[in-house]
Design a protein around this ligand. Sequence first.
Ligand code: HAM
Length: 415
Amino acid sequence: MLINRPRGTNDILPGDVERWHLIEQTAREVCRRFNVAEVRTPIFEHTELFARGVGETTDIVEKEMYTFQDRGERSLTLRPEGTASVVRSFVESKLYAQPQPTKLYYMGPMFRYERPQSGRYRQFHQFGAEVLGVNDPSIDAEVIALAMTFFTELGLTDISLEINSVGSAQSRTAYRDILREHLSPVKEQLCKDCQSRYDRNPMRILDCKNETCKELTQGAPEMLDHLSEEDRTHFQAVCSYLESFGIPFTVNPRMVRGLDYYTQTAFEFIENGSTLSGGGRYNGLVEQLGGPEMPGIGFAVGIERVMIALANQNVELPIAKGIDIFFVALGEAAQKHSVKLLHEMRRAGLIADKDYLGKSMKAQMKAADRLKARQVVILGDDELAQGVANLKDMETGEQTTVALSELIEVVQSKR
Ligand code: HAM
């Protein structure tokens, strides 16, 4: 019986994996420029971390977590996102005691039990960055600029940036009451999800995709009109920094991110209707996870969605193709000797391969073509006896006879 991969997961096969490498490499290079260091945290954490960090009333915690009991009867969860883990690690390793800010990035698989569709998987991959310890609005703009630089370096265009301020915890409490009051006459007409959001997290109603809810919330009071003086000043400063960077954006006063930890700045990058990346400030999270009072801001990009955007925009990534040298060996002695030569070539830094099935000369040349070999060594028993081999340049078709003792040097010089 065939065993298939679990629903909502993907195999990343050769042919695709090279593009993944390039995306990951771009992320690393851009982070290096912004002086952001990598952090690697566990793939699973105590369930409590996400319940407390991401928020009990979020879709992630309520419906989407891969939670299991280990053999010691601890409740563990495959990480649905990276921020809670990074902050946990920041607190646990006492990084807050060092001079701030702490700038960290991460890459890797995340897990959410969602209904799979194009761009939405149960195991997906994020590249994210978090900057802890600084509240200055220039950091908000820098974090946004980091994500934007990553997209432009990959060759993506037509990405829109939407930003909003969801206010500080205090201003939000007051705004929630105003919003509830406004929505109370239509509460019963809202969708089931929104009816339960009404009490627990009414701001999420503004973000509901249900057409009736969209209609019913038209004209609802907006958070931006209920910000504290401090929140407003912060938001305006973020916007003017972005303008000074030449990063276009639109203010979307209805954007409510799906995670509970956000305060003040919230943003999303959208391509062709799909959210490539989301992020924002989370000034209470460090404290909530047992650390000192310290601000933080970050974002995460969905790598699978970046792949889709690259395909939508016909971006050809500059992937190095082919191998340096392919061995065509004919005859038993030549076959044997080519194994040793192949090993020496690889030790010398060449990308080298050979045929292992004793195929005909024609079939071996075909294999060399398929692998996009730049050069081919043709070695027969006679050549071996004379201490030479024929070297063919696959681009020009030119063939030369080379002494075996000089083969590596010659191949290297023609690379
Ligand atoms: P998020 O909006 O939940 O935020 O996810 C960020 C990105 O991950 C999304 O924009 C999307 O590209 C990708 N993503 C999310 N779920 C899936 C899925 N099921 N399949 C494929 N891609 C998906 C966060 O995770 C926050 N931790 C971001 C953040 C960092 N905020 C502050 N710091």
